[in-house]
Design a protein around this ligand. Structure first.
Ligand SMILES: O=P(O)(O)OC[C@H]1O[C@H](O[C@H]2O[C@H](CO)[C@@H](O)[C@H](O)[C@H]2O)[C@H](O)[C@@H](O)[C@@H]1O
Length: 257
């Protein structure tokens, strides 16, 4: 961890005026190292422990803000009751309770449902015959995955998926080896801003690794603490190398709160 990040975390912990503190974290590539198979993703064991500590700290609210579909995120997240979950890049929202999820189920219009079905068929056509390209279906989106494909195969598949999204989608996101085409307009930034406003949180700590997390960084304020995980251009003020380093930084914060 850099000295600058350590100083910022200490200042945050030491200032009781900066409460409630909203700790909001991306999932894949941030808390869970990236995997070829998305169903194999797991939050780091030390991450499970530190999130439980943060969630149990008075004056701290915990949220996961992910592109994952809500059901997927809930199964994988291993977070305590009280945690807010924002899924599908902001299109889905829930809160973890001891009895399961308290959630607003997304209702698509007939037109959106028809468009999602068409997107699924068209995305399958893009993947067909392309080794390592496959399609994930979510309640509001389809995702063309290319992590397992050679660059010469992945590149045209991604370009075709982007063009499909521009034709039939309401939003297109080009993330790490994925092109996501949604039938709803949503962004992590809007969802995060809505949650912070509801909680009246003067400060947000947000960490993320992907280009889609830049929407969240862009929506935050100078007083907020933004952390980019890994390499790449970013609007975040601080950077850590990988999920292990992020979990270590969160543990440092939890120790000081
Ligand atoms: O916002 P996130 O929590 O980072 O979720 C974004 C997408 O994550 C998943 O894809 C990414 O992680 C996979 C597993 O490590 C990896 O194989 C893929 O290449 C990454 O893009 C998930 O499958 C998507 O649906 C999420 O939107």
């Amino acid at each position: 961890m850099t000295d600058a990040l350590l100083t910022a975390l200490t200042a945050l912990a030491d200032d009781p005026a900066r409460r409630p503190l909203l700790v909001a974290l991306d999932f894949d590539g941030t808390l869970a190292p990236l995997q070829d198979d998305p169903s194999a993703s797991r939050i780091l064991p030390a991450g499970v422990e530190v999130l439980a500590r943060l969630a149990g700290t008075p004056g701290v609210a915990l949220a996961l803000v992910s592109g994952r579909a809500m059901h997927d995120l809930h199964v994988l997240a291993q977070v305590p009751a009280g945690t807010f979950l924002i899924g599908s890049h902001g299109a889905e929202r829930a809160r973890v309770t001891t009895f399961g999820l308290d959630r607003d189920v997304v209702q698509l219009t007939d037109e959106q449902a028809d468009r999602l079905a068409s997107l699924g068929a068209e995305a399958a056509r893009i993947a067909r015959g392309r080794d390592g390209v496959w399609v994930e279906t979510k309640p509001t989106a389809v995702v063309v995955h290319t992590r397992l494909a050679e660059a010469s195969v992945a590149e045209p598949a991604e370009q075709e998926a982007i063009a499909l999204g521009e034709r039939l989608g309401s939003g297109v996101l080009h993330g790490k080896d994925v092109v996501e085409i949604s039938v709803l307009r949503a962004s992590k930034g809007e969802a995060l801003t809505a949650l912070r406003d509801e909680l009246g949180a003067p400060v947000v700590l947000y960490a993320g690794d992907d280009v889609t997390d830049e929407h969240a960084f862009d929506a935050l304020l100078d007083a907020d603490l933004t952390v980019k995980v890994g390499h790449g251009t970013t609007a975040a003020r601080y950077r850590v190398d990988d999920p292990d380093a992020l979990v270590a930084a969160l543990a440092t914060l939890a120790d000081q709160l």
